[in-house]
Design a protein around this ligand. Structure first.
Ligand code: GH3
Ligand code: MG
Ligand code: MG
Length: 366
């Protein structure tokens, strides 16, 4: 029988009192192909059992030896093996003592008159059981390893998915939400606001004369301004608000649970923040302003869908541009003359929806 860990001959640790060595026993074990590690010292026995090199312990105990009762348990406590068979050869032990050895954890108790052949057969039987234990422990370990690997792969997958999710909802230049994400969140917030009867406001912000900034300082400098603007918006909003880049130099801010007066005040604060900010790109100082359109529901008109909120914020933004830029116009301040407003179901707003880049274009038709 070979050790299944490393396919070496099984190793038997034999404790024999110096006064009663048994050459015949060692020969029958080595003759069966096993390696015998012989000792007469208890300390050596325990040290050897601590290493993983032992497959079976054979204890030749004098009749008077009472320590033998605890020895199997002690050996099992120190061995790193999943199972260590312990066999006791007890000369002249009566039935009561043999039972005590077995109850104390010995796997086998033999008389010292046992023949070499029977000893080998009984050792072989215990080694077979040990082999089964070892195989079981090995497959349990490999199961635990593959579970651990799968757990790590799952965690990796989750991280990748979260990263992909972030990529698919984030504008690569400014790192705020992209148009697609804006649409989803606005729809969601609109449904929530309607369900719970909360107000909801939307700001649309467009950089004034941004083309001139690009022309004057270069496109990369324009990019820096856009990034800084997104930073200003992110710093100014509440946790529950959402900033999105919804066009080239156009941003939108969703303000849940915010009515028109509060939204207007907030828009004004943001406009002022931008106006007061010193944008610096490639060593050059740049001045930028934004125009802001604000729309709120349920305060403003009968807004029945998120696309109407976008439409009105867009109209208010156009008004702010027309009125001279660097200003806020709220939907209720719109001069209704000369501007087409949607009919009740927002049918006319579709014309504006076709305008390239309009966030309205991206919203689902109702
Ligand atoms: P207005 O005050 O009417 O909004 O004028 P404007 O110049 O800001 O508007 P216009 O639509 O004429 O020009 C917008 C410019 O924004 C043109 C376009 O090249 C630029 N732009 C769009 N996307 C980006 C971008 O990602 N980076 C940079 N640097 N420029 C961009
Ligand atoms: Mg602009
Ligand atoms: Mg624009």
């Amino acid at each position: 029988m070979r050790n299944q860990k490393d396919d070496k001959p099984a190793r038997i640790l034999l404790l024999e009192p110096e006064t009663q060595p048994s050459a015949g026993r060692v020969e029958s074990l080595t003759g069966a192909g096993w390696q015998v590690l012989q000792t007469a010292q208890m300390a050596e026995l325990l040290a050897a059992a601590k290493s993983s090199d032992v497959d079976l312990v054979l204890l030749h105990l004098p009749v008077s030896e009472t320590i033998g009762l605890d020895l199997p348990a002690v050996l099992r406590a120190v061995t790193p093996a999943a199972y260590l068979p312990v066999m006791i050869v007890a000369p002249g032990a009566g039935e009561r003592q043999r039972c005590e050895y077995l109850n104390g954890g010995a796997d086998e108790v033999l008389s010292d008159t046992v023949s070499g052949g029977e000893l080998a057969a009984r050792v072989r039987a215990l080694l077979r059981i040990k082999d089964l234990h070892d195989r079981l422990a090995a497959s349990r370990q490999s199961l635990a390893d593959s579970l651990e690997r799968e757990r790590a792969m799952l965690a990796d997958l989750r991280r990748h998915n979260a990263h992909l999710q972030t990529l698919s909802t984030t504008d690569p230049l400014t790192k705020v939400r992209n148009l697609r994400s804006f649409r989803d969140i606005l729809n969601h917030e609109f449904q929530n606001a309607r369900r719970y009867g909360d107000p909801l406001s939307l700001l649309m912000l467009d950089v004034d004369h941004f083309k001139s900034i690009n022309d004057l300082h270069g496109h990369p400098a324009g990019d820096v301004v856009l990034r800084d603007l997104a930073g200003i918006f992110e710093r100014t909003i509440r946790k529950s608000d959402v900033v999105a880049r919804t066009g080239g130099e156009e941003f939108s801010i969703i303000l849940p649970k915010t009515g028109r007066a509060q939204a207007r005040r907030f828009a004004e604060r943001i406009r002022q923040e931008v106006r007061d900010h010193f944008f610096v790109a490639f060593g050059r100082q740049i001045q930028a302003t934004v125009s802001v359109g604000s729309a709120s529901c349920p305060d403003d008109a009968k807004i029945t869908g998120p696309e109407m909120l976008v439409y009105f914020a867009d109209q208010a933004l156009l008004e702010a541009k027309a009125a001279g830029r660097d200003r806020v116009v709220a939907m209720h301040e719109l001069r209704m003359t000369g501007r087409r407003l949607p009919d009740r179901e927002c049918g006319v707003a579709r014309a504006d929806a076709e305008r390239p880049g309009s966030p309205l274009a991206a919203l689902p038709a109702r």
